[in-house]
Design a protein around this ligand. Structure first.
Ligand SMILES: [Zn+2]
Ligand SMILES: [Zn+2]
Length: 347
């Protein structure tokens, strides 16, 4: 089958293979025909070898598709079911995190797309216990954004959101845009997305969705334009100055949520900007089980539809897709091994 493979350690070493072995179904696992798989910052980091990976391995971890074969002991899953899958394969089930039910934080887990074969391919093998059914009425195009949506829901759960609260989000990448859309749909009275002029296209998309935007020059001018009374500020970037900006924009006793990972081990952060207002700072990694079902239910309700963030590329054009994601020409590049029309199927 066709598959986009990281063939060896080191920067690069990613190539489209036409003769990659089709996975063989085994007990507890199902074979899924891939319809769509989103490109994430992590994929770019794997290409550059700055994220852990176990080559040779098929990339792609934000996928959706249809079950074509079911192994023994897979419960009620059947051929034809449309699915997405949590990323917590090979969680050990015996460490502290796993025994607390937080398998998404297991240090031993190896997810499809970097730890085991992923979904930039025609088929992917997935464990039945981590599957979620895509509801009728939700297109594959929308469902392929379930994983990043679940990541945002998991983080927003930790920080909390109350009806009518005012929220500012820093960074208009996929995680920032998705977070802004979610808190707006979840009852925030005002949502402002902050980004640099280089992200003007992404800020335009936010405006078209009824989200206010602010073009960032520097932290001082952002605070004078937006004030310092937001209930919740979400940083999607992991950059220290963005986290500082979140603290500056937040009211006394407000909350800040860090959803980004830093590019280096240490970043500068103005602690007093948070301490002098008794701000609570939350961090969050990966996505917990119930976030996936709620992401899909929210999509089915039509209150939230991230399809507007996606740009579709055939698997053969993966290099162009990766380049467009890196250059921020598109928000969420999505790769399909199938005819693009299949992404519109809703059952
Ligand atoms: Zn990802
Ligand atoms: Zn574990």
């Amino acid at each position: 089958m066709k598959a986009l493979v990281k063939t060896a350690k080191g920067p690069g070493h990613v190539e489209l293979k036409s003769d990659w072995p089709k996975p063989v179904v085994r007990p507890g696992w199902v074979l899924v025909e891939v319809v769509a798989s989103g490109i994430c910052g992590t994929d770019v980091h794997i290409l550059e070898d700055t994220h852990k990976n176990w080559p040779p391995v098929v990339l792609g971890h934000e996928y959706t598709g249809r079950i074509v074969e079911v192994g023994n002991d897979c419960g009620a899953w059947k051929v034809g079911d449309r699915v997405v899958c949590e990323q917590h394969t090979l969680a050990c089930m015996s460490c502290d995190a796993c025994r607390r039910g937080a398998i998404h934080l297991c240090p031993a887990k190896r997810s499809p797309g970097w730890g085991i074969d992923g979904a930039f391919a025609e088929f992917v093998l997935l464990p039945a216990n981590l599957l979620h059914k895509v509801p009728d009425g939700v297109s594959f195009r929308t469902a392929t954004v379930t994983e990043p949506t679940a990541i945002c829901i998991t983080g927003i759960d930790r920080a909390g959101i109350a009806i009518g609260e005012r929220v500012v989000v820093v960074g208009p990448g996929p995680i920032g845009l998705i977070s802004a859309m979610l808190v707006k749909a979840a009852g925030a009275s005002e949502v402002v997305l902050v980004g640099r002029a280089s992200s003007a296209k992404r800020l335009e998309i936010a405006e078209s969705l009824g989200i206010k935007t602010h073009t960032l020059k520097d932290n001082v001018s952002a605070v004078s334009a937006l004030g310092d009374t937001f209930d919740l500020a979400i940083d999607s970037t992991g950059a220290g100055e963005s986290l500082t900006l979140c603290a500056l924009l937040t009211r006394r006793l407000g909350r800040v949520l860090e959803l980004g990972l830093a590019n280096q081990s240490e970043v500068p952060f103005n602690i007093n900007a948070a301490t002098t207002k008794s701000i609570t700072i939350f961090t969050s990694l990966s996505s917990e089980y119930s976030s996936w079902d709620r992401a899909l239910a929210f999509m089915a309700s039509k209150k939230y539809d991230p399809a507007v963030l996606t740009s579709i590329y055939p698997l053969e054009q993966w290099e162009e897709a990766f380049a467009d994601v890196e250059s921020r020409k598109v928000v969420k590049g999505v790769i399909t091994p199938q005819d693009i029309s299949v992404l519109d199927q809703t059952q």
